[in-house]
Design a protein around this ligand. Structure first.
Ligand code: CA
Length: 585
């Protein structure tokens, strides 16, 4: 690339030759802001610009990236509004690498839960990789605000600007502005652009890839909260199953069933390490009835589970509970197995799928009434927010499960589909333009995710396969899609992180670096590098297989091989969701 190298030399008097102190000033940033003419309708407020150089900073990567020190960057914020709209302020926050460290990259970051950003700590991942990194407040009134702070103007009046911002526009605008800022700031004409996010942040990533084919060269998408019309309501499935079966298991009883599940299914992958790496085989071979009669004991505050594996296990759930002492009942086993089987309507049709066996029974957690000495279930969390605020448009944290059946949940799902297919549902399956533009997607999902069913990511990839490669066999289509969109199921992992109940499992900490190599150097991640982050094998590295290949070990001391699953195991990933009369993309 001699010619571009020559051009590079000619322009080398630009920002790249300057120090961080030279460029990290309010005046410099104001001079290099995108102009109002760059983007139709965006109006930048130059008086809002802040710029501060930061030297020798450290960053805690938590479960997202490898922690780092010695980071130098420019910390910049400013706001913009939309022409023709009053009381409209969107705040943007960018980290820009010290000029000598800039590697012509931009990184957009997303949020989680009801948030459109994950705070500035995630921006450091960009600095580590020579990228300008950005986040937005979505116009919600501040970086710490959530969409639920503004989604209702008053009861009965949805804030559609906030909805569309959260749905996809906020991240999009932060990205196009950030890419232009990076080009202006470093005086360069082309940059690579990436996305990173998990859970709601994963949904936000898909919202971009599905709409803006050339916006990102690549996206890291973890456990995406897509298919929200189903996903949010589905959090109530466990409680409704308990209510319909009129049995409310003590948490310790479900914990014992979980421990029995893990102990039974652990060796099915060929390696007895406390990690269920083949939850598909587990689904075929374990039934919660096998736990009936198993004893459990949990102390009044914390304590040990009674797992068949014999080792100490952590409590599934926090909060104070009385001592629980008993044996797994037929009713408890039936509830647990029904939860694993998924949600069915009154006509026996499957509405939606559940988590994999070996996932903690998080949604099924019961509460204790010390007056009546009984366990009971309530509706809480993100499902209640969804049903009250997004469906019913009332600001309330109360939702009674009285008279709520699986058919009621089905009705709420249909309502969400009608109302939010263009925003929060986020399952548009035609990624042809993104693929044609050369885009890459590296997506991962904990195989024991307890909050977003692992199957959710599997069936979305399959929907994209069927859309792009309709005339190919399953195997041919999966080979094709794996050239640019790979899904890694992380053995033993929970939701967007490793799991305390299966501590020897790997967790991927270098997904962005892997994606960058794929995009810029054409190094396809045949397997994904994972690191054991806790437990007796902490620090070990393990390779994670790309779906539909599945991990297998020839013995406890061997390394993993990725094998094609047999038909019965493969079929467990594609349940027949025949209750809702629409394709489940
Ligand atoms: Ca195992």
């Amino acid at each position: 690339m001699a010619s571009s190298g020559l051009l590079w030399a000619l322009f080398a008097t630009s920002a790249l030759a300057q120090s961080l102190a030279d460029v990290c000033t309010v005046d410099y940033v104001v001079d290099h802001l995108p102009s109002d003419d760059d983007f139709n309708g965006l109006v930048f407020d130059s008086s809002s610009v802040t710029a501060n150089p930061v030297y020798n900073a450290s960053a805690n990567g938590q479960n997202n990236f490898v922690s780092a020190t010695g980071l130098n960057y420019c910390n910049v914020t400013f706001s913009y509004s939309h022409a023709g709209r009053s009381n409209d302020t969107f705040n943007l926050w960018y980290y820009l690498p010290t000029p000598s460290s800039f590697q012509n990259r931009f990184l957009a970051t997303g949020g989680g839960g009801e948030s459109i950003n994950s705070g500035a700590s995630g921006l450091a991942q960009g600095i580590i990789n020579g990228a300008v990194a950005g986040l937005t407040d979505g116009g919600f009134g501040g970086f710490n605000n959530e969409v639920t702070d503004v989604i209702l103007l008053v009861n009965g009046t949805l804030n559609y600007e906030a909805l569309y911002s959260f749905g996809y526009k906020g991240i999009h605008e932060m990205t196009i502005v950030g890419k232009q800022l990076a080009k202006n700031f470093y005086n360069t004409s082309s940059i690579y652009s990436y996305y990173f996010g998990c859970s709601e942040g994963g949904r936000e990533g898909w919202s971009q890839v599905q709409r803006y084919a050339t916006q990102f060269d690549g996206a890291v998408i973890g456990a995406p909260a897509i298919r929200q019309a189903y996903q949010q309501v589905n959090h109530l499935s466990s409680g409704v199953i308990e209510t319909q079966m009129n049995y409310f298991p003590p948490p310790c009883e479900l914990e014992r069933i979980l421990n029995d599940t893990i102990a039974f299914c652990d060796p099915l992958d060929g390696k007895t390490d406390g990690v269920v790496s083949r939850t598909d085989l587990c689904r075929l071979q374990f039934n919660a009835n096998m736990s009936i009669g198993s004893s459990y004991y949990c102390a009044a505050s914390g304590g040990m589970g009674g797992g068949m594996g014999g080792g100490p296990t952590k409590r599934q759930f926090g909060g104070s509970t009385p001592a629980q002492n008993g044996t797994v009942t037929a009713e408890g086993a039936a509830v647990a197995q029904s939860i694993v089987n998924g949600l069915f309507d009154s006509e026996g049709r499957q509405i939606y799928m559940s988590y994999q066996p070996s996932a903690t029974f998080s949604d099924a957690q019961t509460n204790y009434n010390d007056t009546s000495d009984e366990w009971y279930v309530t509706a809480d969390g993100i499902a209640v927010t969804w049903i009250n605020m997004f469906l019913d448009e009332v600001s309330s944290s109360e939702l009674s499960l009285n008279n709520v059946t699986a058919d009621t949940l089905r009705g709420w799902i249909l309502e969400g589909l009608q109302k939010y297919s263009g925003t929060m549902q986020t399952v548009w399956p035609d990624l042809e333009e993104f693929h044609e533009a050369g885009g890459k997607v590296l997506t991962y999902h904990g195989e024991s995710d307890y909050s977003i069913p692992t199957i959710s990511s599997v069936i979305y990839q399959n929907a994209v396969r069927q859309t792009l490669y309709p005339n190919m066999s399953y195997n041919e289509g999966m080979d094709k899609i794996n050239e640019w969109y790979r899904l890694f199921l992380v053995p033993g992992a929970g939701h967007c992180g490793p799991s305390d109940t299966q501590p020897n499992g790997p967790w991927p900490l270098t997904t962005l670096e892997t994606l960058i190599q794929w995009v810029e150097d054409d190094v396809k991640p045949v397997t994904l590098n994972g690191t054991v982050t806790e437990g007796s094998e902490e620090g070990d590295s393990q390779q994670i297989c790309a779906f539909p290949l599945r991990p297998h070990w020839a013995g406890n001391d061997s390394s993993v091989t990725c094998i094609y699953p047999d038909e019965a195991a493969l079929d467990t990933w594609y349940p027949d969701l025949n209750s809702i009369p629409l394709p489940v993309y």
